[in-house]
Design a protein around this ligand. Structure first.
Ligand code: SF4
Length: 63
């Protein structure tokens, strides 16, 4: 199934890991934010890697 939604829950420590792994989808604006209106299915591997790597496990996605 393709990823159609990505979001970040409360508690970001602004470590920057997700933005390093997938700058096409994540950016830092104080806390990490998700770029809207792009085709997340193009970045599935990186989104999953970012979610796995987030030290506070707050990166979520829906398929
Ligand atoms: S990896 Fe997690 S804690 Fe680090 S900037 Fe991204 S969302 Fe925030």
């Amino acid at each position: 199934m393709a990823i159609i939604k990505v979001w970040i829950e409360e508690g970001c420590t602004s470590c920057g890991l997700c933005t390093e792994i997938c700058p096409e989808v994540f950016y830092l604006d104080g806390e990490a934010k998700v770029v809207e209106d792009i085709d997340y299915s193009m970045y599935e591997t990186q989104i999953k890697e970012a979610a796995d790597s987030c030290p506070v496990e707050i990166i979520k996605f829906g398929e």
